[in-house]
Design a protein around this ligand. Structure first.
Ligand code: 2HA
Ligand code: ZN
Length: 270
């Protein structure tokens, strides 16, 4: 079948990165069935040929009006599609959408009519926020990392930055590569506008990764590989914590002095 990727190598490379990450999500056990979503702002890769592509189906409502999305294009995982399938066939399990001029609808323009992710309101609201802020971030990732979701089932861990400090202290890399920590969003209905708004508030507090209580994480970054790497790094810390507890002790964690030294030497923001 003909694909938009055939004559757009830069877009093909971007979609290949999404497919690579989708494979990691499945291998990690973070993407059972259709779990998780990925959207990537691809507007910078759109040439006049792509911009002129006809809509494959009538416009559909986003569920919100998002003024900064005027003229933007996204690659989105399809709703009800599996990450493990997207890894092998990204254009059969995801699609390219264009936001309509009213900024309240989208149209699918390639390759086929694969309806985008159920978390589209969250994803597009976050992209709208990022563009409005002048951020360079173009990728957003929602996934179900087992250890991090498990930690969210313990009320004391849902207080601000309790998990940030715990996870940072498990291994130096976590603060170095996830220097803004882990934001917390209390449980809300998946796919709801409320969840989208709470996620944006947390990102606005300067978190790149947000834990959705008893559900998963939402991460934003320049590209999808970086978003994955932050979640992977936090999950590594969570696994160290779990393994220490399973070995029968509570891990000491790096000391305050060791954390401060790390921040100073690596010039970390917090
Ligand atoms: O798309 O993970 O939260 C499946 C989900 C919804
Ligand atoms: Zn989910």
């Amino acid at each position: 079948m003909k694909s938009i990727l055939d004559n757009h190598p830069a877009l093909a490379a971007e979609v290949a990165r999404v497919a690579e990450v989708a494979g990691y999500l499945w291998q990690r056990g973070w993407a059972e069935r259709n779990g998780g979503n990925i959207t990537v702002n691809i507007t910078h890769l759109v040439d006049p040929g792509i911009a002129a592509l006809p809509a494959l189906a009538p416009p559909r409502p986003i569920g919100a009006t998002l003024p900064h999305l005027r003229g933007t294009f996204f690659y989105c995982k399809g709703t009800n599609r599996r990450m493990r399938d997207l890894a092998r066939r990204p254009m059969e399990n995801g699609s390219v959408i264009r936001i309509t001029p009213d900024c309240a609808h989208y149209e699918i323009i390639a390759d086929t009519v694969v309806a985008p992710t159920s978390e589209l309101p969250s994803h597009l609201s976050v992209h709208n926020y990022l563009i409005g802020k002048g951020s360079t971030y173009r990728a957003s990732l929602h996934t179900h990392p087992t250890e991090l979701v498990a930690l969210s089932h313990h009320r004391p861990f849902l207080q601000p930055d309790v998990l940030t400090r715990l996870l940072w202290s498990m291994i130096p890399e976590t603060k170095a590569f996830c220097p803004r920590g882990l934001g917390i969003v209390p449980y809300m209905l998946p796919g709801s506008v409320e969840l989208a708004e709470a996620t944006i508030r947390a990102i606005d507090e300067d978190y790149d990764v947000v834990l959705w209580e008893k559900h998963g994480v939402f991460a934003v970054a320049d590209d999808i590989v970086e978003a994955f790497d932050m979640v992977d790094t936090l999950s590594k810390s969570a696994a160290i914590y779990r393994d220490a507890r399973a070995m029968g002790f509570t891990p000491d964690g790096m000391t305050e002095a060791q954390m401060n030294e790390l921040s100073r030497v690596f010039r970390l923001p917090k």
